[in-house]
Design a protein around this ligand. Structure first.
Ligand code: ZN
Length: 220
């Protein structure tokens, strides 16, 4: 397990110092990628460690978001999360089931803090991927469906500037998640939006994937 190292983190809610495992970038070897962008690696998958959970107060969020908590959010976490929290650590090597618990905690924290739909959708998509690793089709579908609804709302209502998902990739995911969930007409309409996007040539991988998946759904 020397693919992993311990990252020290300070909880922005309760100031507790704790550590969380990370996969060394130098150890990442891509094995394959699914059409909804889930990447498989030889060895540990970094998606399993994408959420930090404070063992003391229960605050959980993704790495990018973790330290960005204001005073009001801090008191919401204390009131709605910490009061129900029983001390529990996720600092070691995580099983897929433990990773699922971490993402569900992050989803709950993100909901009580009214974080953006795009952020919550990304968490649901990762939950779907974790259930895919377990071959749990029912839960995979359930979370793909949550992700799709949240991405749909994000696309309609939110500015995605400065987020980790760009507009082309988000549009592509809307198409592909609709395809996976059997919404053929919606998938076709979103795929056509992806390939006709004025900036599509800046994303050659997405362009190629979108054409492949678009053909696949039209053939059915
Ligand atoms: Zn804490």
């Amino acid at each position: 397990m020397d693919d992993l190292y311990d990252k020290k983190i300070k909880c922005p809610v309760c100031d507790m110092q704790f550590s969380s495992k990370r996969v060394r970038r130098s150890k990442l070897r891509i094995e394959k990628r699914d059409s909804d962008l889930f990447t498989y690696y030889k060895g540990e998958n970094p998606v399993k460690y994408g959420v930090y959970v404070c063992p003391m107060c229960g605050y959980a969020a993704t790495e990018e978001k973790y330290s960005k908590v204001n005073d009001e959010e801090r008191s919401v976490i204390r009131e709605k999360v910490t009061t129900k929290w029983k001390e529990r650590e996720f600092s070691g090597v995580r099983s897929v089931d433990e990773s699922i618990i971490c993402y569900k905690l992050a989803l709950y924290c993100g909901e009580v803090l009214s974080f953006k739909k795009l952020y919550l959708g990304n968490i649901c998509l990762r939950l779907a991927w974790l259930f895919r690793i377990k071959n749990d089709d029912d839960n995979e579908k359930k979370f793909l469906d949550f992700a799709l609804k949240l991405f749909d709302e994000a696309y309609m209502q939110e500015s995605i500037a400065g987020s980790s998902l760009d507009e082309i990739t988000l549009t592509y995911l809307l198409a592909e998640l609709n395809r996976r969930l059997g919404n053929r007409d919606k998938a076709i309409s979103w795929f056509s939006q992806v390939v006709s996007h004025p900036m599509i040539d800046t994303k050659p991988n997405i362009k190629k994937l979108a054409r492949e998946q678009w053909n696949l759904v039209r053939q059915r």
